[in-house]
Write a new protein. Structure first.
Length: 150
């Protein structure tokens, strides 16, 4: 159970950042190729996953799904250590806590509001989250670079 929780935490941390990491690691035309490959692999996984999951659970039981993912996790760990590119362009950037809080609240508002969209409260929360998400300004804490999305 603990390893499954660890796997879910790692997956969630990677999911939101994968495209930014790929964009910063690959220059020019390589960037387009790497992003295209990432999207293609994601959709292949979404297409094959249910079929493969049904096959594994039908013939080997539901626990086989967890054992099936172990080699992929090991391969991912090895790939991380083999990665030769460095991301030095963001050395001077700082993490903005205020922007992170605004972004998190906007996402919570959008998700909760959308799940309760049939009520007035849901509509108001959804609109508030959407407005907050559209007006995010990634402002630095003291001394960093500013990235303005407005």
């Amino acid at each position: 159970m603990a390893s499954r929780i660890l796997q879910a935490l790692g997956g969630s941390m990677i999911f939101g950042n994968v495209y930014s990491l790929i964009a910063s690691a690959f220059p020019g035309k390589e960037k387009a190729w790497a992003l295209s490959l990432t999207v293609a692999v994601a959709y292949i996984g979404l297409s094959i996953g249910p079929v493969l999951g049904g096959f594994l659970t039908g013939f080997f039981g539901w626990r086989s799904i967890f054992f099936f993912s172990i080699p992929f996790g090991i391969a991912a760990i090895i790939a991380v250590f083999e990665l030769k590119r460095e991301w030095t362009e963001a050395e001077q950037d700082r993490f903005s806590i205020s922007s992170t809080v605004v972004f998190a609240l906007a996402l919570i508002g959008i998700i909760y509001g959308f799940s309760e969209i049939t009520s007035n409260t849901g509509i108001i929360v959804f609109i508030g989250g959407s407005v907050g998400g559209c007006n995010i300004r990634l402002a630095p804490e003291e001394g960093g670079k500013s990235i303005d999305r407005s």
